[in-house]
Every structure is written in C-alpha cells, then in structure tokens.
Design a protein around this ligand. Structure first.
Ligand code: G3P
Length: 224
C-alpha cells in the first residue's frame, strides 16, 4: 500500500515530503477552504513542494459535467505534472469521468461509501476510487470492510482501478486497509506519526544510545 497526504497545509506537506515516503497529496474543497488562502497560490505552492512526479489529486467544484471538464482542463493547464482530477460520485460526475477518461485524463472518484458506487466509478473509467473509512465507522458502518469488499470486487472483475482509502481517524484503520489489500491510503501527518511511533521502539533507541555513550561518549561514527 502506498501513502498520500490528505491536507493542503503547506508546512505539513513540506515536513512529510521530507521525512515520509509519501507518493502525493490529496485535497478536497473542505481541506482547501480550511487554509483560507488564495486558491491558485495555494495549489501552485503544493505542486512546487511535491514536484511534478508526485501525484496531486485535486477536486473540481462545478456541478455540471461540462463545467467539471472545463475545471479539469484548467487545473491540468495550470498545475501540470502527475495530476488526478477528483470528482464526487453522482450522475454528472460519472458523465464527466467517462468523457475525461476518453480524453486520457486521470480521475479519482471520491465520496464513495459503497462497493456498488465504486464499481460504477471504475466502469466509468476512474483510475482511483476513494472510499471514506472513518465517516462509515461514525455511523456504525464498517469502513475497513467496505474497502475490503471493493478490493475483492475489483479483483473478481479484473478491474485495474485502484482503491485510495480516505477519511481516517487512527492508525489501526489504515493498517487494516493495508491488510485488506488496499492499494493506497491518504492520511494526515498525525496519523503518519502514529504509524511510526511505538513505545518499544523509543525504548530500543534509548538503549542503543545509553550503551554506546558508555564507551564512545557523544561521538558518532563520523567522529571516529
Ligand atoms: O480525502 C477525504 C477525506 O479528507 C475526508 O476525511 O476526515 O473529512 O472524513 P474526513
């Protein structure tokens, strides 16, 4: 499973791009609006930080398929690089996805809550589908199980569309999606940190430090 960063916070993107093996950034209108910045300046800054080779999944705002396609063309023209046009699943979104697919433009269908929606999105030509794990858990659904069903369904029907699980609140949900064979997950810096840290690891690192210092003091290998 690969990891993407689900934020438009440029400082967080800079840190995570430096310290974690992230393959790109995902945003949606809520995430963008949270930053309260000029839209184009913000998304261009994100593109500059991650470079052209990493994925940038960026969502359209228009409601009509014709306008979604125009927004997609504008985003591609201004941002370039490895770009995925995020479109929420609905009739107009499916229509736009089919046309964008014909034009060779990659789409991530988002706001997916059921395997049936995911299958339709895939048939429309989406490269990724983004099921919302925690939002399902919040209403007594089982987000990880929905991800697992989509993965299984795509395998059964030999569908190449990838699952980009989204909306996480903890590391356990992310890890369970990985075990279910999910292709990718988009998460926040906080969840990335939770995936890395483990008390036994901290204790092991402290032990290495203490034992080394007894013999070599503060020197590191470069000083020897
Ligand atoms: O990428 C979709 C995701 O941002 C939704 O997350 O936390 O708003 O449920 P959340």
């Amino acid at each position: 499973m690969i990891y993407l960063l689900d934020t438009a916070d440029v400082e967080s993107i800079k840190r995570c791009n430096e310290f974690y093996p992230i393959e790109g950034v995902t945003t949606n209108p809520s995430i963008i609006a949270k930053e309260k910045k000029d839209f184009w300046e913000l998304v261009e800054e994100i593109r500059n930080i991650i470079g052209n080779d990493k994925m940038f999944h960026i969502q359209t705002r228009a409601e009509k398929a014709e306008d979604i396609i125009k927004e997609a063309m504008l985003l591609i023209g201004r941002l370039g690089g490895e770009i995925y046009i995020k479109i929420p699943i609905c009739e107009e979104g499916l229509k736009a996805t089919m046309q964008l697919n014909q034009m060779g433009i990659k789409v991530t269908m988002t706001a997916i809550f059921t395997p049936a929606q995911a299958l339709l999105a895939a048939r429309a030509g989406a490269s990724f589908v983004a099921p919302y794990v925690n939002r399902l858990d919040n209403i007594l659904g089982d987000g990880v199980d929905v991800v697992a069903q989509i993965v299984e369904e795509f395998k059964k029907h030999d569908i190449q569309t990838k699952v980009l699980a989204a909306s996480f609140k903890n590391a356990e949900q992310v890890h369970k999606c990985a075990l279910a064979g999910c292709h990718s997950a988009t998460i926040t810096e906080g969840t990335l940190k939770n995936l890395v840290s483990y008390p036994m690891t901290d204790s092991a690192i402290k032990g290495f430090d203490k034992d080394w210092k007894k013999v070599y003091g503060d020197k590191i290998i470069l000083d020897l």
